[in-house]
Design a protein around this ligand. Structure first.
Ligand SMILES: Cc1cc2nc3c(=O)[nH]c(=O)nc-3n(C[C@H](O)[C@H](O)[C@H](O)COP(=O)(O)OP(=O)(O)OC[C@H]3O[C@@H](n4cnc5c(N)ncnc54)[C@H](O)[C@@H]3O)c2cc1C
Length: 420
């Protein structure tokens, strides 16, 4: 991450090493943050890495792209009166050193278990689950539809936020645990769940939920309306030269698509968000970076309809006011009657949420939740015996650390199932 040893030492020494570890509580993976930082203070970097490895195999990635301000750093005691400890920078530093110096991810058991597990999807949930199972001696195979593993870390988060060299090297380190990979094959196309059930003792579904949700408004089917997830995943874009683009939403996908589109040469990119700036789910830093790069923002504004003959020509928006409503934890945006206005536009990109691919879940014949996610019980098992699910497709909070935690817990549940 470009910090010198001295800078890292200063950042580590700023940590108070609290006895009650609030930062650990704030981390979805429950990393022992004060302990790994204590090792950095003593320049015991391999020990720091091994402390992190007790709970995560994604250090160089989480250190870079976790929403730290709402997770570990947001709970740091130092942050009450001033700046919190730079936990993300410290984690990435240790993760990078592990790559440079070849520190291994330790195994939990050297004993080989005679059980085979298939993991479908090589994103944060699948990678974490596969690593945990391999570290406990299980025979694991990841099935991935693309040629390379990584999930949204590869086919979503742009290079300017997460370098693919780091991702490649970390995946290599995870695979060194002895995980097999079958890439370029998709569940529901190249093989079925029944095929896998015949070959494996347990199956973990971790194929994500990366289909852009729609708003259900007029004009959404016009040419020139895209889903942000699909644009980033497939990396196929229209020519944005001299074009005006509206990106609807306030999360990571909205930030990454708007910044990518601006970098691809769009004349004007406007993010339209129905709530206030302080309510945006995207990290503050991402919003600031987007502003610096020239992205416009329209807060408390809702998209009403997209207009045009065949393709997008303009959009109609309405202003919103934030109203306190009983039973709601935060203020709710309500349209201000008569505040409608139009804007000329060439493209509209939807970044208002994402969901599981319907075609696949229908084929699997598994029970779903009311939100269309794969339903799991408290042991991460789906409605079919020996089929488990984890990550975004099971409706976890959609961040890398939460998906990874869900992969870890699901793999622990699989081990319990296999040993009983
Ligand atoms: C643009 C964008 C930016 C984001 N930015 C951040 C961020 O900065 N910080 C953060 O913490 N979170 C971020 N997130 C959220 C985070 O990336 C996800 O929550 C996380 O990747 C989910 O992990 P997963 O393993 O469940 O699914 P995924 O990462 O989606 O991985 C699923 C894998 O399954 C594979 N797959 C799909 N279908 C099949 C099939 N039929 N057969 C075989 N394989 C299949 C996919 O190719 C993929 O490799 C972002 C998400 C997006 C879309």
């Amino acid at each position: 991450m470009g910090f010198s040893k001295e800078e890292i030492s200063d950042k580590a020494n700023y940590c108070l090493g609290c006895k009650v570890k609030m930062c650990r509580k704030g981390c979805p993976l429950e990393n022992d943050i004060t302990q790994f930082i204590a090792y950095i203070k003593e320049e015991k970097y391999e020990e720091a890495y091994h402390t992190l490895c007790e709970t995560t195999v994604l250090s160089p990635i989480c250190g870079r792209i976790c929403p730290h301000k709402s997770q570990c750093e947001g709970s740091c005691v130092r942050g009450i009166k001033g700046e919190s400890v730079s936990i993300g920078n410290l984690e990435a530093y240790v993760g990078d050193l592990a790559i440079e110096n070849g520190y291994q991810i330790p195994k939990f058991s050297e004993e080989k278990k005679n059980k085979k597990v298939a993991v479908i999807g090589g994103g944060p949930a699948g990678l974490t689950a596969a690593a945990n199972l391999a570290r406990h001696g299980y025979d694991v195979t990841i099935y991935e539809k693309y040629d390379k593993l990584g999930g949204i870390l590869r086919h979503g988060i742009p290079e300017f936020r997460l370098g693919k060299d780091i991702l490649d090297k970390q995946i290599e380190k995870i695979l060194e645990l002895g995980i097999k990979v079958k890439s370029g094959v998709a569940l529901g196309k190249d093989y079925s769940l029944e095929d896998l059930e015949k070959k494996y003792d347990a199956i973990l579904l971790a194929f994500g939920a990366n289909i852009s949700s729609k708003m259900g408004i007029l004009g959404e089917d016009l040419q020139g309306v895209y889903g942000g997830n699909e644009l980033l995943e497939k990396n196929t874009h229209p020519d944005y030269t001299n074009k005006k683009v509206a990106v609807i939403g306030g999360g990571n996908v909205a930030m990454d698509t708007s910044r990518t589109i601006k970098r691809l040469g769009a004349k004007e990119v406007t993010v339209i968000y129905r709530r206030a700036e302080k309510q945006m789910p995207a990290e503050k830093k991402e919003i600031e970076d987007a502003k610096e790069e020239g992205i416009n923002f329209l807060f408390q504004t809702n998209l009403v309809k997209v207009m045009g003959k065949e393709k997008v020509e303009k959009i109609e928006c309405i202003k919103t006011e934030l109203v306190k409503k009983e039973g709601e934890t935060r203020e709710v945006p309500v349209d201000v009657v008569g505040s409608n206005f139009e804007l000329p536009m060439d493209y509209v990109v939807m970044a208002v949420g994402s969901k599981v691919e319907e075609k696949i879940v229908n084929l699997l014949e598994l029970e779903l939740t009311s939100r269309g996610n794969i339903k799991i019980d408290e042991n991460y098992m789906t409605s079919k015996k020996k089929i488990f699910a984890a990550g975004d497709l099971s409706g976890t909070k959609a961040t890398v650390a939460w998906a990874s935690r869900s992969g870890r817990e699901a793999s622990n549940a699989i081990m319990q199932y296999l040993e009983n």
